[in-house]
Design a protein around this ligand. Structure first.
Ligand code: SAM
Length: 276
């Protein structure tokens, strides 16, 4: 095992003052980082795609677990620290300096990979939605272990009938098994963010539902766009929605948040070809 300086020293040596604009809240507790790296199961010999390695705390834990890591970091200040990590684990870490929203992860990783990331809060949801809306399913990623603000994590795993249930829950739970793997107190970060965080673990479902993700997206956008109203008032942008509700036996006086993921998938299947 390579011996590395403590993360605090790495941050001091490279002058990595946390940038709020880049959503930088670093994790320095090696035990916590090892626990996060263990969430996807054994990573020995597995490819991992990491977004935002920063000073490399989580990256180290992934390398210690035996992963082959491709990491995308936007902040050039972090690159020297990551180069030291690359040198300590020869051939195991490939760092790309770029905006993760613009990187093609399939080309970057060179094959199926686990996503593990302490995500920058400002782009975390956009990245997840992009990964969930992949045209190919099962997708290029084998699992995703992602840090979110606790409130966003709750929206991903929310069940019908709750305030947190909405478009993100339907999209995520349609295609994945989802769970909150651990809650992370704000004090675990340097600097601490204002809110609590949680790690969500998503595994692409073995038997994906055969509906068009865009149709499902349009239906949930129309329904949850007016979540306090009855369904009959919401589907204006979705021709045929009232008939589809009737043929599925769903009372049109119900509200969007009372329908299950399976109900939305059923609607998308009936409306496919008409909702465009
Ligand atoms: N992984 C480190 C850790 O756990 O301590 C840092 C996590 S910090 C919450 C988020 C990281 O994402 C920062 O290093 C930040 O520079 C980087 N970042 C922010 N926006 C990004 C983007 N669009 N693409 C790639 N990296 C980004």
């Amino acid at each position: 095992m390579a011996s590395l300086p403590p993360l605090r020293e790495v941050i001091a040596a490279h002058g990595l003052r946390a940038s709020k604009a880049l959503g930088q809240n670093f994790l320095l507790d090696e035990q916590l980082l090892d626990r996060i790296a263990a969430v996807p199961g054994s990573l020995a010999g597995e490819r991992v795609f990491e977004v935002g390695p920063g000073p490399g705390g989580l990256t180290r834990a992934l390398l210690r677990a035996g992963a082959q890591v491709t990491a995308v970091e936007r902040d050039a200040r972090c690159l020297p620290a990551l180069a030291e990590l690359s040198a300590a684990f020869p051939g195991k870490l490939h760092v790309i300096e770029d905006d993760a929203l613009r990187v093609d992860p399939v080309a970057a990783c060179g094959g199926p990979a686990h996503i593990v990331a302490n995500l920058p809060y400002n782009v975390g949801t956009a990245l997840l939605v992009g990964w969930l809306e992949s045209d190919a399913w099962p997708p290029w990623w084998k699992s995703a272990t992602l840090m979110f603000q606790a409130e966003v994590a709750e929206r991903i795993v929310a069940k019908p009938g709750t305030d947190a249930y909405g478009r993100l829950a339907v999209l995520a739970q349609w295609r994945c098994d989802v769970r909150i793997a651990m809650k992370v107190h704000r004090s675990a970060f340097t600097p601490p963010p204002k809110v609590m965080s949680a790690i969500v673990h998503l595994v692409p479902a073995a038997a994906p539902e055969g509906v068009d993700v865009r149709v499902l997206g349009r239906i949930t956008a129309a329904a949850f766009g007016q979540r306090r109203k009855m369904l009959r008032q919401s589907p204006k942008g979705v021709p045929g929605a009232i008939d589809a509700l009737a043929s599925l036996g769903i009372d049109e006086s119900r509200r969007a948040e009372t329908l299950s993921v399976a109900d939305y998938v059923g609607l998308a299947r009936l409306l496919d070809g008409r909702a465009g």
